[in-house]
Design a binder for this molecule. Structure first.
Ligand code: NDP
Length: 311
């Protein structure tokens, strides 16, 4: 691997990483982007994107991501398909240990994203993108006038269920206990919504469907073990997200929920010269457009850092 010290390395090939690359490249920083083993990130699982501004018609997630990637390359980003196993941020320049060698850089933008937690049922995988989703904001629109279920009892589940009531005819809220974990205000609001029907003490045993997609759900009562089938059109899994921070090995401060902590209104992390963008630092919005926005911020802040240190 080339032994020159890079000025800025971006870890992650999602909207945050590609946007950071576009800005850093256009600012003449010659960025290197390491896009990992699953380039494109979570959007690669989205069939139609309708809320990314600039596209009149819905476009598939992979199409948007390959366009962002091509744009980043065209303006001068070097992109490699490797995987960062760990980083050493104690000494400067920083060292990144990749599966294919190591490299040194003055500045790092971490844009490794997050992953929705799934129930890990084979049927859930089978129907992903065909009635099974982990993002109501992304896919709720496709369930206008239909019946859906939201699985989970936290703030995400409450928020997703509430959001879905503006599209769906009925929203079943499937929770394994009889009390929501969500904050009281969000729990009260969602349970007061006439379109929401909570199903307590239930877990998903199987998602049912055919070639057309999901057409039902088999729920198991955790107290009795009894199963019941319910007809519906969509299942939203909302049992939390896990940010991809393992590569940092505890060297960058995380917030109480395990996301990278950034200074308010900034992408600066606890380590000078390390910036974080996208879902790895955002437990709240988790949208492609907000990820792209923080990617832009990270590239600009990284540029200021390089200038201030004459790097
Ligand atoms: P949480 O970890 O808070 O909740 C996860 C929920 O899913 C819990 O109710 C849990 O059940 C349930 N669950 C977990 N695993 C399974 C499983 N395998 N099968 C069935 N159910 C399961 O995650 P959230 O994403 O809801 O929230 C994460 C953080 O983000 C929270 O701090 C939250 O406050 C915050 N947030 C804030 C929002 C806001 O303020 N607008 C919006 C969204 C999130 P159990 O309760 O039994 O453990």
């Amino acid at each position: 691997m080339n032994q020159e010290v890079r000025r800025v390395v971006i870890i992650g090939g999602g909207p945050a990483g590609y946007t950071a690359a576009i800005y850093a490249a256009r600012a003449g920083r010659k960025p290197l982007l390491i896009e990992g083993l699953a380039p494109g990130g979570q959007l690669m699982m989205t069939t139609d994107i309708e809320n990314f501004p600039g596209f009149e018609k819905p476009l598939p997630g992979p199409t948007l991501m390959s366009a962002m990637r091509a744009q980043a390359e065209r303006v001068g980003t070097e992109i490699i398909g490797d995987y960062v196993e760990r980083v050493d941020l104690a000494a400067r320049p920083f060292t990144l240990h990749l599966s294919g060698g190591e490299l040194k850089t003055h500045c790092v933008i971490v844009a490794t994203g997050a992953e929705a937690k799934w129930l890990n049922l084979p049927s859930e995988k089978e129907f992903q993108g065909r009635g099974v989703s982990a993002c109501a904001t992304c896919d709720g629109f496709f369930f206008r006038g239909k019946k859906v279920a939201v699985v989970g009892g936290g703030d995400t589940a409450a928020e997703e269920a509430g959001y879905l009531t503006s599209h769906a005819s009925e929203v079943l809220l499937v929770h394994r206990r009889d009390e929501l974990r969500a904050s009281k205000i969000m729990a009260d609001r969602v349970l007061a919504n006439p379109k929401v029907r909570p199903l307590w003490h239930k877990v998903v045993d199987q998602i049912l469907g055919n070639d057309e997609g999901v057409n039902g759900i088999r729920l198991k009562d955790v107290r009795t073990g009894e199963c019941m089938d319910v007809e519906l059109d969509g299942v939203f899994v909302a049992i939390g997200h896990a940010p991809n921070t393992a590569l940092l090995g505890g060297q960058v401060k995380l917030d109480g929920q395990g996301y990278i902590a950034t200074a308010p209104g900034s992408t600066r992390t606890s380590v000078e010269g390390v910036f974080a963008a996208g879902d790895v630092q955002d437990s709240k919005f988790r949208q492609a457009v907000t990820a792209a926005g923080t990617g832009c911020m990270a590239a600009i802040e990284a540029g200021h850092y390089l200038d201030e240190h004459n790097l």
